[in-house]
Ligand binder design. Sequence first.
Ligand code: ADP
Ligand code: ASP
Ligand code: MG
Length: 410
Amino acid sequence: MSLVVQKFGGSSVGSVEKIKNVARRVLEYANEGHRMVVVLSAMAGQTDGLIDLAKEMAEDPDPRELDVLMATGEQVSVALLCMAIQSMDREARSLLGFQVPIMTDRLYGKARIQDIDTQRIMDELAKGRVVAVAGFQGLDESGNITTLGRGGSDTTAVALAAALGADLCEIFTDVEGVFTTDPSICPKARKMEAISYDEMLEMASLGAKVLDIRSVEFAKKFNVPIHVRSTFTKEKGTMVVAETKDMEKVMVSGVAYNKNEARVTITKVPDRPGIAAQIFEPIFQAGIVVDMIVQNTSEDGITDLTFTVPKPDFYKTMKLVGPVAQDIGAEKVLGDEDIAKVSIIGVGMRNHAGVAQRMFQALAGDNINIVMISTSEIKVSCVIEEKYTELAVRVLHKAFGLEEEGGGKT
Ligand code: ADP
Ligand code: ASP
Ligand code: MG
């Protein structure tokens, strides 16, 4: 008898009717004899609503209490799903993170799963029950409720699949799989049959929110194949799996974008040892994650330094950098929140020259100015003005042949 983990996202459980639909889907599998563990997100909009409530209460809410609050969204959906399944004459049991327990570190709001005790889930399954586990939440070693960060229910599902040795892990969402780019902004995006863990990691880290990046890290580490598919159709979706030889034939397999970063530039920075360390120290101490960093070649011992940070950390970063810039005798600090990062991704890039150049030409063809560039073995990213994001995504999608069946080849 196989063990299946299925995760349903917020839009899939957004109403009573939708939860009943999920119950029916889960029961189709259960009635075939599969043991079912179902991970749910909060109903659509709930988590945002809870954050808004907290912000009404305090400008900078206490992280522990914020996690206690945010974890309630998933509590509602698992309870409702179990009621729906029970009303269809099947036994079901909901489990919150702390009841499993799913143990995490103590980083509120972005906790990492450290250990999952599978005993209680196995006991419930052995009684013939469907088990519904609340996504996105865990417990630290001091007994505090933690949450895993936005989109974290994907991670709960994949980590559970790994811990339980599940035969299948399915992520149900509001699109039919992983597409060549976000189908909501590019109508010509195509569903991929399969994508490698490494490409999916890049896609997720560069902004494609269809899978949470940490869920893909878990999947890669424990070799859990993920099937991403739609809650609302029976179509086969996309398999996220280890790389195969075939995948290398495709030079670029996807385009991603991220509007959630801001740029900071410090002008006329004295170019001497220790300066970068001095500038980034307070940013690092504040737990702010710096993404791209560009330093120009110096002229007369003076240079410019530009870097990007997540938009929510922009003002804090500007406040931290101001005094340091003064201390080191730099000229001024400039900031820009209206930027976006567009990226092309593909494991096939390793074997092809000129990929970046083709990207630059495509953007130039539509008069889109490139502000910053960064590359790795399997991606090229460009920072551009935010207002050109959608245009840039469509232009790149076309330029790399992704509109056509079997596209992305040289
Ligand atoms: P869920 O609520 O099920 O977790 P999310 O909203 O987190 O769903 O993720 C699904 C969304 O991800 C889609 O509606 C789509 O707009 C977006 N998305 C971004 N990039 C991609 C991509 N390359 N393929 C598919 N969906 C993508
Ligand atoms: N409910 C959480 C969120 O909205 C977790 C999730 O949906 O995966 O981010
Ligand atoms: Mg999600």
